[in-house]
Design a protein around this ligand. Structure first.
Ligand code: CTP
Ligand code: MG
Length: 227
């Protein structure tokens, strides 16, 4: 069995307020995307990593010189379209329906190889596949447009979905094609086919750098991890 990593890195990072695609913002001395690719490269069972860029990307070569990952300028207008473009690229490079694909957000640069190992250990013999996730610790509130609470939501069966999300190429491609651009992750597309992906607990530290204040937190965690 082969395990491919697919890193969607074609977003614009609007919520980050960085004024450039957030995957190229420097954190702890390197662009965020370099940390992400390095974490995946440190997992021996991953055969190869494919980074999927926007066709208009003019930063990658300078930002990640000598990067050993495969690169495809196949990004689309939504994350789902970017992933579908990447899956087609994997096929053109010889991947087939039965190969596992671990889709991992470029913006989750705090990924640790041991979490990827835990995901692969939990899912490699699974009929469906699964994803890293974290049980929700806070009490959950629903709110209206004015910021008033409309309901308290039972958190006991709730998990925050993370990445990697690991499915066989044939299944995840069929699922994303069926759901279209609306899918915000691979698992939701697979769920829409009536299947139940496995939830594999990782860590709160596997958060997605999204808001301006997230860069400083990621910097502190990455700096602490390297000493
Ligand atoms: N992504 C992508 N192609 C898109 C949109 C998103 O490859 N059309 C990628 C991003 O680069 C990111 C991951 O999907 O690594 C998760 O998306 P998100 O955190 O939403 O990143 P952005 O879409 O770039 O940020 P924002 O939504 O704030 O604009
Ligand atoms: Mg986005």
């Amino acid at each position: 069995t082969r395990f491919f990593a697919l890193v969607p890195a074609a977003g614009i990072g609007e919520r980050s307020g960085a004024g450039m695609p957030k995957q190229y913002v420097f954190i702890a001395g390197q662009p965020m995307l370099a940390h992400t690719v390095a974490a995946l490269a440190a997992v021996p069972r991953i055969t190869q990593t494919l980074v999927v860029l926007s066709p208009a990307d003019d930063r990658f070569e300078a930002a990640l010189p000598g990067c050993k990952a495969w690169v495809a300028r196949a990004g689309g207008a939504s994350r789902a379209e970017t992933v579908l473009g990447g899956l087609a690229e994997l096929r053109s490079r010889g991947a087939t329906d039965g190969d596992w694909v671990l889709v991992h957000d470029a913006a989750r640069c705090l990924l640790r190889p041991e979490w990827v190992d835990a995901l692969i250990d939990a899912c490699a013999d699974d009929a469906v596949g699964g994803l890293l996730a974290q049980p929700v610790a806070d009490t959950l509130k629903a709110g209206d447009a004015q910021g008033r609470v409309t309901a308290t939501v039972d958190r006991r069966d709730k998990w925050a979905a993370q990445t990697p999300q690991m499915f066989r190429l044939g299944l995840v491609e069929r699922a994303l094609q069926a759901m279209g651009a609306a899918a915000t992750d691979e698992a939701s597309a697979v769920e829409a086919l009536g299947l139940a992906p496995q939830l594999v607990r990782a860590s709160m530290a596997n958060f997605k750098v999204t808001w301006p204040e997230d860069f400083a937190l990621a910097e502190r965690l990455l700096t602490a991890a390297s000493v």
